[in-house]
Design a protein around this ligand. Sequence first.
Ligand SMILES: Cc1ncc(COP(=O)(O)O)c(C=O)c1O
Length: 472
Amino acid sequence: MRAHPAGPQHAAGLGGPGWLSEPDDANDLLPALWPSTARRGADGVVSVGGVPVTELAAQHGTPAYVVDEADFRARATAFRDAFAEAFADACGGADVYYAAKAFTCTTVARWLAEDGLRYDACTGGELAVALRGGTDPAHVLLHGNNKSDAEITRAVRAGVGKVVVDGFHDIERTADAAREAGVRQGVLIRTTVGVEAHTHDYIATAHEDQKFGLSLASGQAAEAVRRVLARPELELRGLHSHIGSQIFDVSGFEVAARRLLGLHAQVLAEHGVELPEIDLGGGFGIAYTTQDAPLAPAELARGMAEVVTAACAQLGVAVPKVSVEPGRAIAGPAGVTLYRVGSTKDVALDGGLHRRYVAVDGGMSDNIRTALYDADYSATLGGRRSSARPVLSRVVGKHCESGDVVVKDEFLPDDLAAGDLLVVPATGAYCHSMASQYNHVPRPPVVAVRDGESRVLVRRETEDDLLALDVG
Ligand SMILES: Cc1ncc(COP(=O)(O)O)c(C=O)c1O
């Protein structure tokens, strides 16, 4: 391994990244990044769902994940309504499956069921949450590139609406489980369409080098269609693709939809089977920082309806019922994480520069996205207003790892000190669900806020929880 002097390499970009500029007022909450109910009150304290973060910290401790129930449900119903409306004429509406991997718990499953969304589970555990939360099994679809026999059997016996088969082995096992349960199981075929989308860019290739799905280009997906149709215990509902994450426009979906619908038309021509559905997956982007400009669900839905309708017209096929699977776009902006600052440190760097490190009482165990994906976040002082000059700072955690960074670059007030509350927005997706117990740090609770009240959805882990699995 090559060593390097820490200064020059780690100091790269010390003026901050190009997109980050010194704010006119570091106390401002930019609406695009925050749950819709977030405010800074006249007393300077940030509140979410009408509950001041000082009260949340006193009642529930820190760190804590805070979910704005009204915001979460408004985003969920905005997707439901936008897709229903945009696809109404083309195919009688669209189904929205919430991707549980973004964040789930039994209360979330109940909110979704009450609000008319469906549920995308990708493991037996996520399925268990859905069922325990009262989700109608017919509204669940089960993903997974390596489902166990037990997961397949349980899903089929529970009566899930669709199993998304991800390989030839899945087809046989799902059919066998359906035969044993005496049911006909709906399936989708996860198809790798050779589109890799991320933010505004997408790459469309002929080959697909990834673990998910059955390749369109190599003929695997067409072979999967033949094999599913050969098993009477299976009902082939349609084709599925998911092209990536943090996508901000519809161009990647357009290529994916055209390719997927090409196979859909081929199935009709070769087998005389008109598949009733098509699932275009999730991946709709959200604003983590000022760099990101996501589309509103209505724009997204309209854009997707246009491309699907045009592709079907070109192929001369009727528009099948469309499904989408947003996760992050519903859960992400609805959640914030509340931390307590433990220490600050100025580190001198070459060229007379220095970096302010602000250490909080959580870190990579409650938000791995910064370390894992080099993700950007923002942060604000939560418990008071400050008129001190903004200083370019880095928010780090308490873990024994130099990559334990929560917010790489943010302007925070110069007088920020131990004991202050710090709030990081847009942490509602892929933070709790990807949390770990690294360094034996117990996982934070999930607290829902609404109309001035807070309640715990998932309680804080204790040291007893950590040790409960250690059988000595
Ligand atoms: C098949 C599938 N559907 C939906 C999603 C949800 O993606 P997002 O949360 O970015 O909308 C994912 C994410 O990995 C996925 O793999």
